[in-house]
Design a protein around this ligand. Structure first.
Ligand SMILES: C[S@@+](CC[C@H](N)C(=O)[O-])C[C@H]1O[C@@H](n2cnc3c(N)ncnc32)[C@H](O)[C@@H]1O
Length: 307
C-alpha cells in the first residue's frame, strides 16, 4: 500500500512542536506517519513518541512502517482518548502534542475507504468502522429536517433544505447505498459549475456528523492541555473553519484567568490560565507548498504553550 500523502506544514509544525530532543511527544493523527517520521528524526535515542490513528488501514500501515522504531508506541484509538493512552503508557505529561485533523489523501483517494465521492463506493464515511451510524443510515433514515440541519451546520451548505428534500424524495423510490447514488441526487438539483463544491460540503457534513469530529476535538483539546508539561507545546492543523474556530476558542479560553460575570466585584471562579498562544494569527502554507500539494490550501496551524 502506498500512502500518497504529503505531510502539510511540516517544517512549521516541527518548529513549534519540538522544544526538547529528549522529550515525550504525542501524534494523535498518525496517518501514514509523515509528521511522526520527521519528529523522530529530531529526537534523541532516549526520547519517545506515542502515536494513534482511529483508521485501521492507517494504523496497520504505520505499525509496519515503524516496526523497528524502539522510541515509538502506536495505538488504534481515537485521539480524544489521550487520557487513557497516557495512563497505559504511565505518562504524566507530554512535551509536545500534535494533531493534523481530517482525513488523509489515501482515505480521500481510495474508493475502498469510502470517503471519496469521485468514485463509486459504499456510502459509509466512518473512520472507525465499529461506530453504529454511517452516512447511508443518515440519508436513508433521518428526517428531512435533521438531514438539512446536518448539511447546514457541518457543511455550511446554503441549499441544505433543497438537498434534504430531494434526498427524502429519492430514498422513497430506492435506498441510497453508494457515494454515486448520493452524488447523482445532488447533481439533479445543482448547476454543474457548483457541483464539486456542493459535493465537498455535503460529504464533509456527513463525515463530521458520523465521526462526531467536532465533539471529539473539543474533548481532546481540554484533556490534552491537562496532559502538557509546563513549557510543553500543542500544535493543531485544521482544514475548515468549523474546526479552526473550535481550536481558536479553546486556546483563547485557556489564556483566561477569570470567567466570572462582569458584575462580580471579586473573582470567584478559580479559573486557571493554562496556555500562552504562540500564533496570534494562524500559520498558513506558502504558495509554493500549495502549488506542490493542493490539499494544503485550506490548512491552518495554531500553536500554544503550557504555562
Ligand atoms: C490528515 S491525516 C494525518 C496525516 C499524517 N500527519 C501524515 O503526514 O501522514 C489525518 C489522520 O487522522 C486520523 N484521524 C482523524 N480523526 C481521528 C481521531 N479522532 N482519532 C484518531 N485518528 C483520527 C485519520 O484516520 C487520518 O489518518
Amino acid at each position: 500500500m502506498d500512502s500518497h500523502h504529503t505531510p502539510v506544514l511540516l517544517n512549521e509544525s516541527l518548529e513549534y512542536l519540538v522544544t526538547d530532543k529528549s522529550g515525550i511527544y504525542f501524534d494523535g493523527t498518525l496517518g501514514f506517519g509523515g509528521h511522526s517520521e520527521e519528529i523522530l528524526k529530531l529526537l534523541d535515542p532516549g526520547a519517545s513518541l506515542v502515536a494513534t490513528d482511529i483508521d485501521i488501514d492507517a494504523f496497520n500501515f504505520s505499525k509496519k512502517k515503524f516496526n523497528e522504531e524502539k522510541r515509538m508506541n502506536i495505538y488504534n484509538f481515537n485521539f480524544s482518548q489521550i487520557g487513557i493512552i497516557s495512563k497505559i503508557e504511565s505518562i504524566s505529561g507530554f512535551t509536545g502534542i500534535f494533531v493534523d485533523l481530517g482525513v488523509s489523501s489515501f482515505q480521500l483517494d481510495n474508493p475502498s475507504s469510502g470517503f471519496t465521492y469521485r468514485e463509486k463506493a459504499k456510502l459509509d464515511l466512518r473512520m472507525d468502522k465499529e461506530k453504529a451510524i454511517n452516512a447511508a443510515d443518515i440519508v436513508n433514515s433521518f428526517s428531512e429536517k435533521d438531514i438539512a440541519n446536518i448539511l447546514y451546520e457541518f457543511g455550511e451548505e446554503k441549499n441544505s433544505r433543497k438537498i434534504a428534500r430531494k434526498i427524502v424524495e429519492k430514498r422513497a423510490i430506492r435506498k441510497i447505498e453508494t457515494t454515486e447514488d448520493l452524488k447523482n441526487i445532488i447533481a439533479q438539483i445543482t448547476p454543474e459549475r457548483f457541483l464539486t463544491k456542493t459535493l465537498s460540503r455535503v460529504f464533509q457534513a456527513l463525515r463530521i456528523y458520523v465521526n462526531d469530529e467536532l465533539g471529539v476535538l473539543k474533548t481532546f483539546l481540554t484533556d490534552s492541555v491537562s496532559l502538557l508539561k509546563k513549557g510543553g507545546r500543542m500544535v493543531v492543523l485544521s482544514y475548515h473553519s468549523l474546526e479552526d474556530r473550535i481550536v481558536k476558542e479553546a486556546f483563547k479560553y485557556e489564556t483566561l484567568d477569570c470567567i466570572c460575570p462582569k458584575e462580580f466585584p471579586v473573582c470567584q471562579c478559580e479559573k486557571e490560565r493554562r496556555l500562552k498562544i504562540l500564533t496570534k494569527k494562524p500559520v498558513l502554507p506558502s504558495e509554493n507548498e500549495v502549488g506542490l500539494n493542493y490539499r494544503a490550501r485550506s490548512a491552518k496551524l495554531r500553536a500554544a504553550e503550557r504555562i
